[in-house]
Design a protein around this ligand. Structure first.
Ligand SMILES: Cc1ncc(COP(=O)(O)O)c(C=O)c1O
Length: 363
């Protein structure tokens, strides 16, 4: 093997992204509660639209995603000309880093922020900077203090993964207004649809030149397997990102399913309501057993145990019962488990297993 073929400096320092586990060893009817997927899946309309493309697979898809962008524009009340569609919102995070940050530039994100911000910053050769949170919440003052003349991008997810917490629009606006002029604020709205009446800060994008929003079809729309995301921002930023993407970065069946999914607002509303009900159920029950848990603005809860050992024990007990949740050590939360809100019966199973575990646990 040739030793002369080597990637650019820094690339091999990038840790491989490890997603939520999909199976529990030796358990046949396991339930995946580790990747914040919608347990009810996509709407029937989306599935039908996906199938409808089967007879046309030899035809290239739309390169401008016009119909999907129009649907997003109508449903979310945004200007379709400034919407860009992508292969998952991960792709946009990567494009933003590739386009705006390089050697000597800094990319800021919060202490327990989504891992892809760091990995994509490293991929672009930029310096990732993790900024402390306060009580598992984005700390705007800390971000403003960390920003300097090298800061090119600032990523925050609101609500955030894996903390499930959210900061107010006023705080986000204060952040946008306080950043140095060369820095772009990226607002990741992967979980925005779970918050009733929330526009994912599209309004802030409208009012400012330094704010970009990313969204996904992987969460409430139940299309994680298809890989579809979108972004919304100032014309100059959107134009830049179009230059980064492949001409057919979103395939035909994904475009069809996404359009049908976003137009099925009734189904989305149902998912939002049932999720909120079971998220609150989970939180109340966890708190009742002495497991700390912040109110969730998302489709998961972050269960905080007394120690890493206790979280490991709970993870094992749940896994043995076929309930796969997410250990979040890589997010700096070793004493926590992130549990996706499942169907009602699965939430009840989680509670029952944790109750039995707590009864038997000796610190
Ligand atoms: C905060 C956040 N942003 C982005 C993503 C990536 O989503 P996508 O599936 O659209 O790439 C996720 C997925 O878990 C997420 O939690």
């Amino acid at each position: 093997m040739s030793t002369r073929i080597t990637p650019k400096p820094g690339i091999l320092d990038i840790e491989l992204y490890v997603g939520g586990k999909g199976h529990a060893a030796g358990v046949s009817n396991s339930v995946k509660l580790s990747s914040n997927e919608n347990p009810w899946g996509p709407s029937e309309a989306a599935k039908q639209a996906y199938r409808s493309v089967a007879g046309e697979l030899h035809v290239y898809p739309s390169g401008d995603h016009a119909e999907l962008r129009a649907a997003i524009g109508e449903v979310h009340g945004v200007d379709a000309d400034r919407v860009i569609c992508s292969n998952g919102s991960d792709e946009l995070i990567s494009f933003l880093c590739q386009a705006y940050a390089g050697a000597g530039d800094e990319v800021l994100f919060t202490e327990h922020g989504f891992l892809m911000y760091k990995l994509c910053a490293q991929g672009a050769g930029a310096t990732p900077v993790s900024v402390p949170e306060t009580d598992r919440r984005t700390d705007v003052d800390a971000l403003l203090a960390a920003a300097n003349e090298n800061t090119k991008l600032v990523f925050i997810a609101n609500p955030n993964n894996p903390t499930a917490t959210m900061i107010s629009e006023e705080e986000v606006a204060r952040l946008a207004d306080g950043l140095p002029e060369q820095a772009l604020l990226v607002l990741d709205g992967a979980y925005a649809e779970f918050v009733e009446g929330f526009d994912g800060h599209a309004g802030l994008v409208e009012e400012r030149e330094n704010v970009f929003m990313t969204r996904t079809f992987s969460k409430i729309y139940g299309l994680g397997g298809l890989r579809l995301g979108w972004g919304y921002g100032p014309v100059t930023i959107v134009d830049t990102l179009h230059r980064m993407r492949g001409p057919f970065n979103v395939n035909a069946s994904v475009l069809a399913a996404g359009e049908a999914a976003v137009r099925d607002v009734e189904y989305t509303q149902k998912c939002r309501e049932v999720n909120a009900q079971w998220a609150e159920y989970l939180r109340e029950k966890l708190m009742g057993m002495g497991i700390a848990c912040d109110p969730s603005q998302t489709n998961f809860v972050l269960a905080r145990f007394g120690s890493e050992a206790e979280a490991d024990g709970a993870d094992k007990a749940l896994g043995d019962a076929g309930l796969i949740v997410r250990a979040v050590k890589s997010y700096g939360l070793a004493e926590c488990l992130r549990i996706t809100v499942g169907k009602g019966a699965d939430c009840k199973r989680v509670v029952q297993v944790l109750q039995e575990f707590k009864e038997g646990w000796v610190a």
